[in-house]
Design a protein around this ligand. Structure first.
Ligand code: GLC
Length: 422
């Protein structure tokens, strides 16, 4: 973990200076909010299996209303197709939301757009996609401004009155949402389908940015792409058969998109060594990505004497006659894959915090969201344990706080900051 922290710092500094690095260190053109931001905003959230639209009222003084929200499922053909159908669908969904919530033409609409992919920004209200991650592969978007693409689709639907005031990565949204009521919050982390983090950096340290050097700005690290990590043979196999070999190395060890597949590859390896299931596999276990991350959760939470839940899960995967010994082995495989993911995340959090505050001289809140962090048994505990191993008692200065659905609210707050800055 210490080696990882050291390499992480080197890569962060390189990325901030605009030199080649596995960490892109993308400036977000927004700083932490004051908590006094006010007004009604629509927030959009794109980055996983659903597109969400929310209506949020920020009350100032760190409070906000419970958002009204709608979810729209993104079909596979949309996330692997071309730009027009995807942005057309987003515009349609927004229009349905406005109709359902009876938000008529009388209300000016300012939107905050959470777009959970790496993007290069030149200001808070625009950004061009650097690359797709998490299985998205939509033609004609890389290098283009996603706000302009959405605006064009909205205009086509007669929604020209909608203004996209802010664009943010989900980590930035999550950090900003927590910061609204917590002045100690200076890191945002997502550990879900993908994984990434952002933090508050001094402008003087963002050497690739020209302009004022006073104050600070949030930087999207894109830590999923960190590549100074020791790979096992399973990591290498997963990478080689992935959409983009060589990219998102840390994400492939940590995030929900890959944890199940890693466990499957280890299980297959053990079958090959005749260490489990008498050396017999099944079509269900041979199929890539068929062992889902939810099954890893299920295995880790199965505390029954005969591991009954796992027995039926294995049955459904075509292994009807597992022994208790087999199931114990599979359970520990799942726990190990998950524990490594948590320790890698813990070391990454430690690296980000010590970049800002090498001696841990103050308190830090880390706002965290994502299904892996929230749902995988012992995941958050294992991160806390890793931080304790690294920092000893000083780990008490770091608080990880689950910030559910923060990214939508954060986008609204950023839109408010942007709107008030005019
Ligand atoms: C992927 C994306 C990143 C996002 C993360 C969590 O790593 O590249 O932008 O923040 O997933 O959703």
């Amino acid at each position: 973990m210490w080696k990882m922290i050291k390499d992480f710092h080197i890569e962060m500094s390189r990325g901030l200076a605009g030199r080649p690095s596995s960490l892109k260190m993308l400036p977000a053109y927004v700083d932490r909010p004051t908590g006094r931001e006010k007004g009604k905003f629509i927030a959009l959230d794109l980055g996983g299996t659903n597109f969400r639209v929310l209506d949020i009222c920020l009350k100032g003084s760190g409070a906000s209303s419970k958002p009204r929200a709608m979810k729209f499922v993104l079909k596979k053909k949309l996330v692997k197709g071309s730009a027009d159908p995807l942005f057309g669908f987003l515009a349609d969904s927004i229009s349905r939301f406005l109709r359902k919530e009876k938000i008529g033409p009388a209300r000016a609409i300012d939107m905050g757009f959470t777009f959970s992919f790496p993007m290069k920004q030149k200001g808070v209200a625009s950004g061009s996609l650097v690359l797709w991650t998490k299985g998205f592969n939509v033609r004609g978007v890389i290098g283009k401004d996603v706000v302009a693409l959405l605006k064009k689709a909205l205009d086509k639907k007669g929604l020209g009155r909608v203004r996209i005031a802010a664009l943010a990565n989900d980590t930035v949204g999550t950090m900003v949402a927590r910061s609204y009521s917590d002045p100690h919050c200076d890191v945002g982390v997502i550990i879900g389908t993908g994984t990434n983090a952002c933090y508050a950096e001094k402008l003087a340290n963002i050497r690739k940015l020209n302009g004022p050097k006073m104050g600070s700005m949030i930087v999207n690290i894109e830590w999923g792409n960190f590549n100074k990590l020791e790979k096992t043979s399973y990591d290498k196999k997963l990478d080689a058969s992935s959409d983009r070999p060589g990219e998102q190395v840390l994400e492939k060890m940590v995030s929900g998109m890959y944890i199940g597949e890693l466990a499957r590859l280890v299980i297959k390896g053990l079958i090959g060594k005749k260490a489990i299931f008498n050396g017999t596999s099944s079509p269900g276990l041979e199929k890539a990505y068929n062992f889902r991350t939810e099954y890893v959760s299920e295995a880790a939470s199965d505390r029954s004497h005969n591991l009954g839940k796992m027995k039926s899960r294995l049955k459904s995967l075509g292994i009807p006659n597992s022994t208790l010994e087999d199931r114990r082995t599979v359970k520990s495989v799942c726990e190990m894959v998950s524990a490594r993911a948590a320790r890698v995340s813990g070391a990454a959090v430690a690296a980000v915090i010590t970049k800002m505050d090498p001696t841990l001289s103050k308190m830090h809140t880390v706002a965290v969201d994502g299904s892996v962090y929230e749902k995988l048994p012992r995941f958050s505990k294992n991160i806390a344990k890793a931080l304790q191993e690294i920092f000893g008692r000083k780990a008490g200065r770091i608080r990880l706080v689950l910030t559910k659905d923060g990214s939508g609210k954060g986008a609204a707050i950023i839109a408010a900051v942007a709107a008030s800055g005019e």
